[in-house]
Design a protein around this ligand. Structure first.
Ligand SMILES: C[S@@+](CC[C@H](N)C(=O)[O-])C[C@H]1O[C@@H](n2cnc3c(N)ncnc32)[C@H](O)[C@@H]1O
Length: 237
């Protein structure tokens, strides 16, 4: 989905990966002074798309590249090795200031854990950014339905020479069922930006005085796909 043709911040042709880069470039001052740490990287998620896109934009603007570091509760070491093999800017060892990035994963945390994750970001990182496409809004549920139904068509086009793919999609619809369960559960567990803000503000002992927060939502994959982003930046960094 990250490299699917869609729309950008101002309605221009773009991809969700390019859009995410533009959010970071616009809202995180001096981005090259950070390493970008993905604590819930899974099998890499958008990192193989974000890294070249972001560093191309930085290079075009005459700036130094940023490095990405992947981490996860369940590390996909083989996948990460393959991904980092393709780019010198994807590494295992952070060195600079820390920008934590949460790509379509923050809904995995229940409220107590999410509060702790935010607390940790405030207390021990310099910047964080959360991207989500699922929450309890009508458009998110419609987008999930759209994604769930799309394999019925795309499998026949992209995987027409793979009988097993077709069997488990169009005959016994296991793939759409998996998309449905994952997508609707993610919608139910997902948070709006206002709910994220509330998780931060309710922690009264957290010193937010040196932090600036910005957030927004943009329809990056018409007709229903809205990307929600939330950025926290430590002032003076
Ligand atoms: C929906 S996947 C997203 C993966 C990747 N960011 C992507 O876009 O494809 C959520 C990821 O969060 C990871 N995760 C869940 N709870 C975690 C935790 N407490 N600490 C670190 N990673 C966690 C899971 O292992 C999983 O890889």
């Amino acid at each position: 989905m990250w490299h699917t043709a869609g729309k950008g911040m101002r309605g221009e042709d773009s991809t969700p990966a390019d859009f995410a880069c533009d959010v970071m470039l616009e809202h995180i001052p001096n981005l090259p002074s950070f390493d970008i740490i993905d604590p819930c990287a899974g099998a890499g998620g958008p990192i193989p798309f974000l890294e070249p896109a972001l560093n191309r934009k930085l290079r075009d603007g005459g700036a130094a590249p940023v490095r990405f570091v992947m981490s996860d509760l369940w590390p996909s070491l083989e996948r990460w090795a393959a991904i980092s093999h393709r780019s010198e800017h994807i590494t295992r060892k952070p060195g600079k200031k820390e920008c934590r990035i949460y790509n379509l994963c923050f809904h995995h945390f229940d409220d107590p854990d999410a509060q702790l994750v935010l607390r940790s970001a405030i207390e021990s990182s310099d910047t964080f950014v959360i991207f989500e496409m699922t929450n309890r809004t009508l458009t998110a549920f419609l987008n999930t339905t759209f994604l769930m139904l799309s394999p019925f068509l795309t499998t026949l086009v992209w995987f027409r020479n793979f009988p097993l793919h077709i069997f488990f999609t169009n005959v016994i619809p296991l793939v759409p069922l998996m998309f449905a369960v994952d997508g609707y559960v993610s919608c139910i567990r997902g948070r709006t930006n206002r709910e994220l803000e509330e998780l931060l503000r309710r922690q009264k002992d957290l010193d937010l005085s040196v932090w600036e927060f910005s957030s927004g939502e943009t329809k990056v994959l018409p007709p229903f796909g809205v990307m929600y982003w939330y950025v926290g930046v430590k002032k003076g960094d």
